[in-house]
Write a protein that binds this ligand. Structure first.
Ligand SMILES: CC(=O)N[C@H]1[C@@H](OP(=O)(O)OP(=O)(O)OC[C@H]2O[C@@H](n3ccc(=O)[nH]c3=O)[C@H](O)[C@@H]2O)O[C@H](CO)[C@@H](O)[C@@H]1O
Ligand SMILES: C=C(OP(=O)(O)O)C(=O)O
Length: 429
């Protein structure tokens, strides 16, 4: 096991290149199950979620080739192997195996997914969609069993706007007979990316990126080549880090439109930001920053996945800011750790109330989930002294080459092996 060490206080400067989007990659890879010939996906991030999904596709008979940031999946010999345990528990997006395997084989057994613990994360809307398409779905000892004689298009209204349910229903519906209409669909850019891949495979999908998606089922799907969109959450994390610690930072390979809500809030705080087609330019720390109030919302609102890193930035601001997470009930496990570093933050219900400016000090802290990890890295860069972050496996689920990217900007960040005693202490905590 390793920990991440961050020596704080170094001003950052330069260009950071953003990798492909985690939340696209983890849906695009399962989507390849639906093809009858090889699919190539280019621009993948080097993260553990991608590696694990590659391993899961191998378990069901896929031939997988990783070449740098590219995966080639030959799905021709895949079978509907039950996956009740093991790797499926390591990530949230293993739920996409349900939609993809149901779509291709009309049956699947998949263990309930893992992923970040952010409060309850039910999958009732996914199941509602599968049932509407004609599947019988049961939960047996923590695994979801899905079976269908045939899948038939249906009109499905999502009671909750859900990224996962929208994509999962698309995956199950592309090979169903007739037309499926998803109403109150999520509109995240990753949904458009998955629809683009499926369309290149021969699927007929209209409306992805709006709240009504129409899918006309086709007989079969074929292989293709697809280039993934940039990761707006990774990009947003570097923009936040730039706003707090950079003289000048260019975030490259980004679609600025995907981050409009973040950019608007940073401008409201007094940060100078400019955008071009595929770059965001930030001049950090030039003014006294103004406090802001933020509510996380579904896209195009402020993303919940940036709420935690943004909290770290707000510790530097003169005054009181409030961040309310309307998507998850307890996405605040980073707050205790930020307090350990000297932040003045309290949680009231679904809101974090941050009063600054605080002089953060390096400390030993634990990343409880992926974006808590990003928040602690951001705080460590701002702090005086060295911050030691355990729970690195969470950060590695979503940030490609994080220490190389930060060190390229002038930061001092490195990994160290944990001692047996430290591992023991973490296990007993
Ligand atoms: C792999 C992936 O893409 N993860 C993202 C995805 O997660 P995920 O797809 O799991 O998130 P959803 O959009 O489904 O969840 C949004 C909200 O709806 C609720 N809900 C969801 C499904 C359901 O069947 N019933 C239900 O009640 C959830 O508990 C949550 O409160 O979108 C989240 C919201 O932008 C992001 O934080 C995650 O990074
Ligand atoms: C919550 C996240 O991931 P997941 O849904 O994969 O747990 C995230 O990316 O912030």
């Amino acid at each position: 096991m390793e920990k991440l060490k961050v020596a704080g206080g170094y001003p950052l400067e330069g260009t950071v290149k953003i990798s492909g989007a985690k939340n696209s990659a983890v849906a695009l890879i399962p989507a390849t199950i639906l093809a009858e010939s090889p699919v190539t996906i280019e621009g993948l991030p080097n993260i553990s979620d991608v590696q694990i999904l590659g391993g899961l596709l191998e378990e069901i008979g896929g031939k997988i080739t990783f070449e740098k940031d590219k995966i080639i999946v030959d799905p021709s010999n895949m079978i509907s192997m039950p996956l009740p345990n093991g790797k499926v528990k390591k990530l949230r997006a293993s739920y996409y195996l349900m939609g993809a395997m149901l779509g291709r084989f009309k049956k699947a057994v998949i263990g309930l997914p893992g992923g970040c613990h952010l409060g309850p994360r039910p999958i009732d809307q996914h199941i509602k969609g599968f049932e509407a398409l004609g599947a019988t779905v049961t939960n047996e000892q923590g695994a979801i069993y899905l079976r269908a004689e045939e899948l038939k298009g249906a009109r499905i209204y999502l009671d909750v706007v859900s990224v996962g349910a929208t994509i999962n229903i698309m995956l199950a519906a592309v090979l169903a007979k007739g037309r499926t209409i998803i109403e109150n669909a999520a509109k995240e850019p990753e949904i458009i990316d998955v629809a683009t891949l499926l369309s290149s495979m021969g699927a007929k999908i209209k409306g992805a990126g709006t709240d009504v998606i129409r899918i006309d089922g086709v007989e079969k799907l074929h292989g293709c080549r697809h280039s993934i969109i940039p990761d707006r959450i990774e990009a947003g994390t570097y923009v936040i880090i730039g706003a707090s610690m950079a003289k000048e930072l260019i975030v490259d390979n980004v679609i600025p439109l995907h981050l409009e809500s973040l950019i608007a809030k940073l401008r409201e705080m007094g940060i100078h930001i400019e955008t071009s087609d595929d770059q965001i330019y930030i001049v950090g720390r030039q003014n006294e920053l103004k406090p802001v109030d933020i509510k996380t919302l579904v896209y195009p609102g402020f993303p919940t996945d940036l709420q935690q890193p943004f909290t770290s930035l707000l510790t530097k601001v003169n005054g009181t800011s409030v961040i309310t997470d309307t998507i998850y009930s307890s996405r605040f496990k980073h707050i205790d750790e930020l307090r350990r570093m000297g932040a003045n933050v309290k949680v009231e219900g679904r809101s974090a109330i941050i009063t600054g400016p605080s002089k953060l000090q390096g400390a030993k802290v634990k990343a409880s989930d992926l974006r808590a990890g990003a928040a602690l890295v951001a705080a460590g860069l701002m702090a005086e002294g060295v911050t030691e972050i355990t729970g690195l496996e969470h950060i590695d689920r979503g940030y490609s080459h994080i220490e190389d990217k930060l060190n390229g900007l002038g930061a001092k960040v490195w990994r160290e092996k944990m001692t047996d005693r430290e591992i023991e202490q973490i296990r007993n905590a």
